[in-house]
Design a protein around this ligand. Structure first.
Ligand SMILES: *Cc1c(COP(=O)(O)O)cnc(C)c1O
Length: 819
């Protein structure tokens, strides 16, 4: 892959570190930080990085997958395997960064560094679109802009590259200096600074000053004076500067921005002349990012005319891949945003996490401007496909078929998208997971349209990265060794079934729990192999529970006896979970039952008590802390009596989400994480510790002007004494938008503004009062998102977020996003 060859011995010298080497000549091509995503183990170097969990724990897993080269900080791990190379350093992350710095030092290519609070990835991707005809560009994939992502991106630099574009984001002081050494940007771009909080920094200004350290040695700095008003002239970095502004004098001074059908016409003063350009966008953020690209092209010496021609052809960048339902029971992963090796690897990882269909198909176009020769490129892709267990490849483009012999799977090739579409009916897509990934010029959106189920215009978007972030947050609050049972009952609190379970299984939670056997069976049928507890195991479902290896919650002697009678007599140690009632008074054994229960458990060899648990009634509410403490105490006593008669130790657990942070002594062996995973926790004081995972949006169907005194909706409940304007949107109580939101109680966001409902909520529709606003049919109406939070909705109708989420009906399509 690299023209530069590194051996493990070279790398040890770069790091000036202690070593324990088995094979000094081992070649290192890939740097790996996650034992789950390994492309070519033989020539990979694994970094035992500790972020959420101690990276040393994954050395064994990496070894099993064939890795033999490791960078570690804890020397004891070097004794584990004798046929491996170990580099022992003080800090594994610093080692990774130092290798990247050394690699970067070997190259003189021009690099652009981008930082700011918003728009970094868009600006990077657009510059790529604008400059790719003139340069062979290496850029960081998606939003790989952290302390770990930047070194991994820079490591990809190769001889063929003539321009690098890297984005850099920081979350704490002192991070940027390291990134500056790794990227070494010649050109610096500062994007929108927004209102983003300065968490991790003493002030907004300190955060800006820290960000600008990236450009300390830059030759050229492209920025807007509007964002650096608090800085003195000396503090502005760069040997030269190029400024742009919409409000003051600048090298590129925008004088007008006019919307014209789906586009925007901009005029500006540049070198004392009036120049113009068209941007194919209308929203504020895109216009600003477009202006930054305009400024960059001019600063790089392009003529205003060239810049204009290219800017008008910019295309939207979708940052995330989408998982959605397809035709004939297929699952579709739509990722037609970028077609380079690193984003392909990310998409294939995600494809590989999907267990719902045994068959996995990849539809891919040729890749361009990768800086690799075709043979290397397609060899690498073939390896990736094999490693990620892809069954079928559909290659589109005239080149890729020349390399057919490299691919050891079912293949079909087409010269272009048109040829694929003609053959579509013969390709028989059904019951499979399909990844669609292609370079822009292949217009794979057409393919995705053919394969995707038509989506009614109300969708619940689920951000899987946010969910993983929340999982990591709670993991970081657990004492060492405490396991996690993730609650995926009620369609994962409304968010989905196997889609969420796949993610949780990939991220190694220990257990799943569902309410009813049906839910567990659906997960088993979708290939979920994690242990699954069923909280309400109905008698008629016992057979199915046994067949699908689900684990029943046993909450009474009747249930226990019934289950024992159903188990085949030769069965031994079937896992069950004993539920104790410590004060909830819903399900569970009472103190009086414990003796009889102990007797039964002791003599029944057909079962094994996998865990004993109870449930807290008010773990998040300080006013009931006394009661919670008593519950924990009672649970300890009752579970001890049971444990005493067993010859093994079951897992003990009592904490739900709010208990995790507030009751560390209630963590026992496992916690049951529910609503926190989905972004809510009434026990957290700072609400920014969790990420919003769901956005519910719908669309405007019609807009009407009403005269004085006209009324809106059933029973004439909505009155407009002074007339006004209303918009009808496609969501009603049948979708889960509660009738209580009617008559102004509920609000939705349209074009950034909160507007109230008017009249009663109908079954499939709702009317909104948009008087004084410019709203068109087709505009988006947001029911809830990060800004217009579910907590607010819950308060409006006097309920809790749990109910709002689980009420969203199955008619509302779920679309999953993943970066
Ligand atoms: C739903 C449920 C949980 C999860 O509660 P959250 O407050 O959502 O974390 C835990 N335990 C039991 C028994 C549950 O029914």
């Amino acid at each position: 892959m690299h023209n530069l060859k590194y051996t493990i011995a070279n790398i040890a010298i770069i790091l000036n570190a202690d070593v324990k080497l088995f094979d000094k000549q081992a070649i290192i091509k890939y740097l790996v930080i996650d034992s789950r995503s390994i492309l070519s183990p033989k020539d990979s170097l694994f970094f035992a990085l500790s972020s959420h969990r101690n990276g040393h724990y994954f050395i064994n897993d990496a070894y099993q997958k064939g890795i033999r080269n490791f960078v570690i900080a804890d020397v004891t791990y070097s004794k584990q395997f004798s046929d491996c190379n170990f580099i022992i350093v003080d800090d594994v992350l610093t080692a990774l960064q130092n290798i990247a710095i050394q690699h970067r030092n070997q190259y003189t290519l021009k690099t652009i560094g981008i930082t700011g609070s918003n728009g970094k990835t868009i600006v990077k991707e657009w510059l790529y679109q604008l400059l790719a005809v003139d340069y062979n560009i290496i850029r960081s994939p998606k939003s790989y802009n952290s302390q770990i992502g930047v070194p991994l991106s820079v490591w990809q630099i190769d001889d063929e590259h003539t321009l690098g574009i890297f984005e850099a984001g920081i979350s704490a002081s002192n991070e940027m200096e390291t990134l500056a050494k790794i990227i070494q940007p010649n050109i610096g771009i500062l994007t929108n600074l927004g209102e983003a909080h300065a968490e991790g920094f003493s002030s907004k200004n300190q955060k800006l000053t820290e960000k600008l350290l990236l450009f300390k040695n830059a030759e050229l700095f492209i920025y807007s004076p509007d964002y650096v008003t608090d800085l003195s002239i000396q503090e502005i970095p760069g040997k030269k500067q190029f400024s742009w502004s919409m409000s003051q004098e600048a090298d590129l001074q925008i004088i007008s921005v006019e919307p014209i059908v789906d586009k925007c016409y901009l005029r500006a003063i540049y070198k004392e002349n009036e120049i113009e350009c068209i941007l194919p966008f209308q929203d504020k953020a895109s216009i600003e990012n477009g202006i930054i690209c305009w400024a960059t092209m001019l600063a790089l010496g392009y003529s205003p005319k060239q810049a204009d021609l290219r800017l008008e052809k910019l295309s939207h960048v979708s940052m995330r891949l989408e998982l959605k339902n397809g035709i004939n029971q297929c699952s579709i992963i739509d990722d037609s945003y970028s077609a380079d090796i690193s984003s392909l690897a990310i998409a294939l990882d995600f494809l590989n996490q999907q267990n719902q269909h045994p068959k996995r198909t990849v539809i891919i176009s040729e890749l361009f401007e990768t800086g690799k020769n075709d043979l290397d490129l397609y060899t690498e892709i073939a390896n990736l496909l094999a490693q990620k267990q892809v069954n079928r490849l559909i290659g589109i483009g005239t080149h890729i078929s020349n390399f057919a012999s490299l691919f050891n799977l079912d293949t079909r090739f087409f010269d272009d998208t048109e040829a694929f579409i003609s053959a579509f009916p013969t390709l028989n897509f059904s019951h499979e997971t399909i990844l669609i990934k292609g370079a822009r010029r292949f217009e794979f959106a057409r393919i995705s349209k053919l394969l995707t189920q038509k989506i009614h215009d109300t969708v619940l978007e689920i951000d899987l990265n946010a969910m993983v972030g929340n999982l990591h947050f709670y993991r970081s609050k657990l004492k060492p060794g405490v396991k996690i049972m993730a609650m995926v009952k009620a369609f994962s609190y409304g968010s989905g079934s196997f889609e969420i379970a796949n993610l949780l299984q990939f991220h190694k939670v220990d257990y799943l729990a569902v309410a009813y056997a049906d839910e567990g069976i659906a997960l088993r049928k979708a290939g979920i192999t994690l242990p699954i507890m069923v909280m309400s195991p109905e008698e008629y479902a016992f057979e199915a529970i046994i067949k699908y290896q689900l684990e029943p919650e046993i909450y009474s002697l009747e249930i226990l006896n019934g289950f024992l009678n159903t188990l085949p007599s030769e069965q031994s140690e079937f896992p069950i979970h004993i539920k104790i009632d410590s004060g909830m008074h819903r399900l569970g054994f009472d103190e009086l039952d414990i003796n009889e229960l102990s007797g039964l458990l002791k003599k029944s060899k057909q079962i094994k008590v996998q865990s004993i648990f109870s449930h807290l009634v008010a773990s998040g509410e300080a006013e009931h802390d006394g009661f919670t403490a008593k519950q924990i105490e009672k649970f300890e006593i009752m579970s001890r009596t049971l444990c005493d008669v067993l010859e093994y130790k079951p897992l003990l657990h009592i904490s739900n989400t709010s208990g995790i942070t507030r009751w560390p002594n209630g963590q026992f062996d496992m916690v049951r994480l529910g609503i926190g995973l989905y972004g809510f926790d009434s026990a957290l004081i700072k609400n920014n510790e969790l990420q919003t995972t769901m956005v519910l949006k719908t669309t405007v169907t019609q807009v009407k002007a009403l005269n004085n005194g006209e009324t809106v909706g059933y029973s004439r409940k909505g009155v407009m004494p002074n007339g006004g304007k209303i918009a009808t949107v496609k969501i009603g109580y049948a979708d889960g938008y509660n009738r209580a939101f009617g008559n102004g109680v509920g609000k939705m966001l349209i074009n950034g503004k909160l507007v109230p409902t008017i009249g009663s909520i109908c079954m499939d529709m709702t009317m909104l009062d948009i008087s004084g606003m410019d709203v068109k049919p087709g505009d988006e109406a947001i029911v809830f998102n990060r800004e217009h939070d579910i907590m607010v909705l819950a308060e409006e109708i006097n309920t809790i977020p749990y109910e709002i989420l689980t009420n969203i009906s199955q008619r509302v399509k779920r679309v999953y996003f993943y970066e």
